[in-house]
Design a binder for this molecule. Structure first.
Ligand code: AMP
Length: 433
């Protein structure tokens, strides 16, 4: 029975296969981010993709329905209620206490990278399975930590080739400031309820701050009249924010004080930030990175008090923007093998493995066409992969103990003795030991 297209199994909505050039970008981003985070003293940690669902539900006051709705959760055969992580900060706090990090010298600086899952409506730059790289500083209340996190993220973006980005910054104050502001905001939203979208009408009771995130034009218009949290900050929160901004000034970080930036989650207090790239098209101006302080989160999760600040960038958004704008293209491609090993004939095939091993021992990346017989097909692959050099190795080269090297751009070819192969490519590719 033949299957129609409709019947064939396809990937899950909002989840994709990643390969080819975009994967090269992902790998480059991961490598750079890891290197920079490690330089600044962040210890890498991997936490499980699956956690108790309670961990994420508890991270929201009165169980924020948005978090529950967007969470991939399931009951196991044993009756446990588990979830695919939508976010890593709750897991990081759990890991901090579970592994006794409170006994370590404070603050503890942690970094992570991995897959996250949110049941959102998929669109460009918003997926149901996506990659984040994050940084967290645990056990530190000082504003220096807030500025430091932002600084390290900016350094990662700079190193990736972003020249034109801006940090949007706001302070959400502490519990006392938030309580006062919430009262005023709820009363404002009640007064304007006839002008609000249906979602915001509902949110007015459960999560009024979310009103500031609403993209509905009617709600957007009202934003300028709404009470802003920044005007409700107590003296301590005010100076914490002022210090953070002053440090960013000293570090020459470009920022914009965005008093309507609230971020969706209940657990943030004081500093919140999002980083945008001006390289992005205006209609796709999604944040590349976001985060904030979460001094109340550990208590909400049932642990002891623990101050913290952190953030994460979305790898898909960064990789897609880098690829479309060609940022760091040469560097990304440099990581790719720059030699294609094409062989012809059974005897050459066996010897090709020996020569490939020589390249591998010298850490010279090469791709092979070892399962192919036809030279033209092999060179076609090398061309498609934009590999600059091809080694052509047939019966004649085997007997003469030579290799033929083809410059894929010019089509020029030269014969090199096999014992000079490693030396030749080190020189050509600028590889130094
Ligand atoms: P958040 O965890 O919501 O604070 O988001 C931090 C960063 O992760 C954002 O700035 C985005 O770059 C990225 N991000 C969040 N949600 C998604 C998603 N659904 N798909 C792709 N990237 C996302």
């Amino acid at each position: 029975m033949s299957r129609t297209k409709k019947e064939t199994i396809q990937s899950v909505k909002g989840m994709r296969d990643i390969f080819g050039e975009i994967l090269n970008y992902h790998q480059y981003i991961e490598k750079k981010a890891r290197e920079i985070a490690s330089f600044y003293g962040f210890l890498e940690i991997e936490t499980p993709v699956v956690e108790k669902a309670e961990l994420f539900i508890k991270s929201e006051e009165q169980g924020n329905p948005v978090v529950e709705k967007e969470m991939y959760s399931f009951r196991t055969k044993g009756g446990d209620f588990l979830a695919l992580r939508p976010d890593n900060t709750p897991s990081i706090i759990r890991a901090y206490f579970e592994n006794g990090f409170q006994g370590w010298p404070q603050p503890v600086l942690l970094s992570y990278g991995g897959l996250f899952y949110r049941h959102e409506s998929p669109q460009q730059g918003r997926y149901r399975e996506f990659r984040q790289f994050g940084l967290e500083i645990l056990g530190e209340t000082k504003s220096f930590a807030d500025a430091f996190i932002i600084y390290v993220f900016c350094n990662i973006l700079k190193d990736l080739g972003f020249k034109n980005f801006i940090v949007h910054l706001n302070s959400l104050g502490d519990k006392t400031c938030q309580k006062q502001h919430r009262r005023e905001l709820v009363s404002f939203l009640r007064r304007k309820k006839n002008y609000l979208c249906a979602e915001c009408k509902k949110r007015a009771k459960t999560n009024p701050l979310k009103f500031f995130d609403c993209k509905n034009p009617k709600c957007q218009e009202l934003k300028s009249q709404a009470p802003l949290i920044i005007n409700y900050l107590c003296d301590e929160c005010k100076s914490h924010f002022k210090e953070t901004v002053e440090i960013l000034d000293e570090l020459s970080i470009p920022y914009y004080l965005d008093s309507t930036l609230v971020r969706g989650l209940d657990y943030y207090s004081r500093t919140v930030f999002e980083i945008f790239s001006k390289e992005a098209e205006p209609n796709l101006a999604l944040s590349l990175c976001g985060g904030g302080r979460y001094d109340y989160l550990a208590k909400m999760l049932g642990f002891k008090d623990l101050a913290g600040i952190g953030g994460a960038f979305g790898q898909e958004r960064i990789a897609e923007l880098m690829k479309s704008k060609g940022l760091s293209r040469e560097l990304v491609m440099k990581e790719k093998p720059r030699i294609f090993f094409a062989q012809i004939g059974e005897s050459a095939r066996k010897k090709a493995l020996v020569l490939l091993e020589e390249l591998r021992n010298e850490k010279i990346g090469a791709i092979h066409g070892i399962f192919k017989d036809n030279l033209r097909n092999q060179l076609k692959i090398a061309g498609e992969l934009q590999i600059p050099y091809a080694i052509i190795f047939g019966q004649k080269e085997l007997i003469d103990k030579m290799i033929m090297v083809r410059d894929m751009k010019t089509g020029g070819q030269e014969n090199i003795p096999q014992e000079k192969m490693v030396e030749y490519f080190k020189e050509k590719l600028g590889i130094r030991n």
